[in-house]
Ligand binder design. Structure first.
Ligand SMILES: [Zn+2]
Length: 281
């Protein structure tokens, strides 16, 4: 599932290309993916694009916003005269529109924003901007890295929990934005076994983990996110973090710390977990 770096990559793209455009009409092909009335947003201009953990909010000039969760396979792809010549990922996008295109926003100046979603788990809601924070997904989200998750907040959360550290930091109601890829890589980088109970971590380990979370996410942003499943940026291009992951997806490979360890894979909280037992304690 796309995580903070992927959704931030989309946000940066929308900020660059979408802001300033006016929505002229909306085609909703799969009604369950769009809540609210399309007429409420027609004629409005995009003024800002915000991100809350893995959620996006497109603010409009008429007091309305589009709240979006792309879930597993959602894609937001922008096209206009200039960008229409740029190639999109053949494998993850194909043609535009495609059979996975369920909502189309027709914009002014001949531009278009496509919402594609192969698995159809995502959602777009047209709501009053003042009510965005009342949507349960946003309301229940914990503090997030690069925003309000300070080391002190992180430490206080972790010291109180009896849960295994990896599922704990992936719980969006505790901490927003960390998913499976970056939880695996951050724990590997900070030498912590993903199965450790959160409250057994020492202050030094918590600090190491905190720094590791920020560092793997910064690295991923540089690579444009990880293109697992269907993630692409707003131009329909793939990210490449998956080629640079530390431990995620590396079952059976030698540990990159050169400690003689081999990466094992097991399931923890239902999610694929990668670990080098040689140095992760
Ligand atoms: Zn190792």
């Amino acid at each position: 599932m796309p995580e903070l770096p992927e959704v931030e990559t989309i946000r940066l793209g929308l900020q660059k290309y979408l802001v300033g455009h006016k929505i002229e009409s909306v085609e909703v092909k799969v009604p369950k993916l769009f809540e609210g009335a399309p007429k409420d947003i027609v004629g409005a201009r995009v003024t800002d694009v915000r991100r809350f953990g893995k959620g996006l909010v497109i603010d409009l000039s008429n007091g309305k916003s589009l709240a979006i969760h792309i879930k597993l396979t959602g894609q937001l792809i922008f096209r206009d005269e200039k960008t229409s010549k740029l190639p999109v990922s053949e494998e993850k996008v194909g043609t535009l529109p495609s059979t996975a295109t369920h909502i189309i926003f027709h914009l002014d100046k001949g531009a278009t924003l496509y919402y594609n979603d192969r698995r159809r788990f995502g959602w777009i809601r047209a709501v009053n901007t003042s009510k965005v924070s009342e949507i349960p997904f946003f309301k229940n989200m914990g503090p997030e890295p690069f925003k309000d998750l300070t080391l002190e907040v992180f430490e206080n959360l972790i010291k109180r929990s009896n849960t295994a550290i990896k599922p704990y930091i992936m719980d969006q109601t505790r901490i927003g934005g960390i998913g499976n890829i970056y939880a695996n890589d951050a724990l590997w980088l900070s030498d912590i076994d993903p199965r450790r109970k959160a409250k057994t971590l020492t202050g030094a380990e918590i600090k190491k983990l905190y720094d590791a979370v920020l560092s793997v996410m910064e690295k991923s942003l540089k690579f444009g996110g990880a293109s697992e499943l269907n993630f692409v940026n707003v131009l329909g291009q793939e990210g490449s973090y998956q080629n640079h992951s530390l431990v995620y997806g590396r079952e059976g490979q030698k540990c990159q710390k050169n400690d003689g360890g081999t990466i094992k894979k097991f399931f923890l909280g239902g999610r694929g977990t990668y670990c080098c037992e040689e140095h992760q304690k």
